[in-house]
Design a protein around this ligand. Structure first.
Ligand code: SF4
Ligand code: SF4
Length: 197
């Protein structure tokens, strides 16, 4: 599986939205963020969870699979690209197909927009904007070896179960060390303040 990729560690997210601000600065979608932060236990705890495109890969990304215009291309290194504006018809099939709630359609432009792992940066060896600014390490860009050197004992998940369907992803989620098997799909992934999420 993993070469250099993005690791999301929800247990470290402090909900500061620095990633959201940084993503807005990206030249390819200036002014619009392709990452969002959820607060799944709002009002009761400080739990926060950043969501980016997970770059699904099994067998092909669900968004790309349902696109009638073949607007969503997947690069040889597994990065699922934002819709090609010359092909996208803004139908929103990809929005409905994505199990992680990632793509948005801009109705004015009739165009889907989503995180493409800052491909202009990552294809040139740089970290994505979000990982560059994250102050807590909740977004880490590198290899699994680099991650586990920094954070010994963590468990990493790239399989998510949505009912009977298991989706594999190119972006990885950091889970409690005891975790084994696919993570149930949807928001909660780790314990929140000592309680199962
Ligand atoms: S909105 Fe665009 S990218 Fe999404 S399925 Fe329709 S044509 Fe494809
Ligand atoms: S997370 Fe959603 S948008 Fe990203 S590759 Fe998977 S299905 Fe497509």
């Amino acid at each position: 599986m993993l070469g250099r990729t993005l690791f999301i560690d929800p247990g470290r997210c402090i909900g500061c939205q620095a990633c959201v601000s940084a993503c807005r600065e990206c030249d390819s979608h200036r002014g619009t963020s392709m990452i969002h932060v959820d607060y799944p236990d709002a009002g009761h705890s400080t739990a926060a969870l950043p969501t980016v495109c997970m770059h699904c890969e099994d067998p092909v990304a669900p968004c790309a699979e349902v696109c009638p215009a073949e607007a969503i291309l997947v690069t040889a290194d597994g990065v699922v690209q934002t819709a090609d504006p010359t092909r996208c018809i803004g139908c929103g099939n990809c929005v409905g197909a994505c199990p992680f709630g990632v793509p948005q359609v801009d109705p004015a432009q009739k165009l889907q927009l989503k995180c493409n792992l800052c491909y202009d940066r990552t294809s040139a060896g740089l970290a994505p904007m979000c990982a560059t600014v994250c102050p807590s390490g909740a977004l880490f860009y590198g290899t699994l070896e680099q991650l586990t050197t920094e954070r010994p004992g963590v468990s990493v998940v790239t399989e998510f179960a949505f009912g009977e369907v298991v989706v594999s992803t190119g972006v990885a989620m950091v889970a409690p060390a005891s975790h084994r098997g696919p993570v149930p799909g949807g928001l909660p992934l780790v314990e929140v303040n000592g309680r199962p999420a």
